[in-house]
Write a protein that binds this ligand. Structure first.
Ligand code: NDP
Length: 237
């Protein structure tokens, strides 16, 4: 495991699921970690107590809160933008306000957090965005809003990779398929349908996704930038 001792890491959305696994792995690797949360203060407090990481309440739907949370973190070595929501269903009947909120959290917050990180980030820093295989493929109906948001972050990553590349900063998207979290439980009603489209017929663990994030944040990944790294067990290949 890479040693992240002395590195300043911020995880947007670290109270549960994939984000909490990322917080735990960076702390275990020696990093100083801050993470944001919004709706789950008890879960955030538990992760903070367990790991010693600093929890910061900041709603990713609120642009000013996102920018302030990243600015307050100071000179980061690694920013992981993980906070995200999923709403699925017939686009003809989905609540437009819920779609707008999804775009605020999954797209606008990613843009503003990434840009803000670039103001103070150290040379050779890392920005990782948690996207989804649905940024590339939509094997099931009812995913239009979610898919648009996860395609959009690919463009953010490619743009920021160009903008910050001269400083050695890399920007990449990690695209999971089904991962066993509150958002998509391995025992949930859609699990069998998802596994049918996969080469490896199970949900990933949050730790499997976190391990890829730590690799991309390591010095070994210095020449990987502007990419999407898919970790999905072969959804729809
Ligand atoms: P969970 O719902 O289990 O956890 C979501 C995390 O994001 C929580 O820590 C939550 O914090 C935080 N979050 C959500 N909304 C906000 C907000 N408005 N402001 C701040 N934080 C917020 O989801 P996962 O761990 O499964 O998902 C994490 C990321 O991975 C998302 O971007 C998701 O789209 C992506 N992904 C997940 C897949 C899966 O199968 N699970 C597959 C592909 C991609 P809090 O509760 O405190 O608000």
């Amino acid at each position: 495991m890479t040693d992240f001792a002395g590195k300043q890491v911020m995880v947007m959305g670290g109270s549960r699921g994939i984000g909490a696994a990322i917080v735990r792995q960076f702390v275990a690797a020696g990093a100083s970690v801050r993470f944001t949360f919004s709706g789950s203060p008890d879960a955030a407090a538990a992760v903070a107590a367990e790991t010693g990481a600093t929890a910061v309440q900041a709603d990713s739907a609120n642009r000013d809160a996102v920018i302030a949370a990243v600015a307050d973190a100071g000179a980061l070595d690694v920013l992981v933008i993980n906070a995200g929501v999923a709403i699925m269903g017939d686009p003809l009947t989905l609540d437009p306000d819920a779609v707008d909120r999804l775009i605020d959290i999954n797209v606008r917050a990613v843009y503003f957090a990434g840009v803000e990180a670039g103001r103070q980030m150290r040379d050779n820093g890392r920005i990782l965005i948690i996207g989804s295989v649905n940024g590339d493929r939509v094997p099931w109906p009812g995913q239009t809003a979610y898919a648009l948001s996860k395609s959009a972050v690919q463009g953010i990553a490619r743009g920021l990779a160009r903008d910050f590349g001269p400083r050695g900063i890399t920007v990449n998207v990690v695209q999971p398929g089904p991962v066993d979290t509150d958002m998509n439980p391995a025992e949930g009603p859609f699990a069998k349908m998802m596994h049918a489209a996969m080469a490896i017929k199970r949900h990933a663990t949050a730790d499997e996704v976190a391990s890829l994030v730590l690799y991309l944040a390591s010095p070994a990944a210095a020449m990987i930038t502007g990419t999407t790294q898919t970790i999905d067990g072969g959804v729809g290949i």
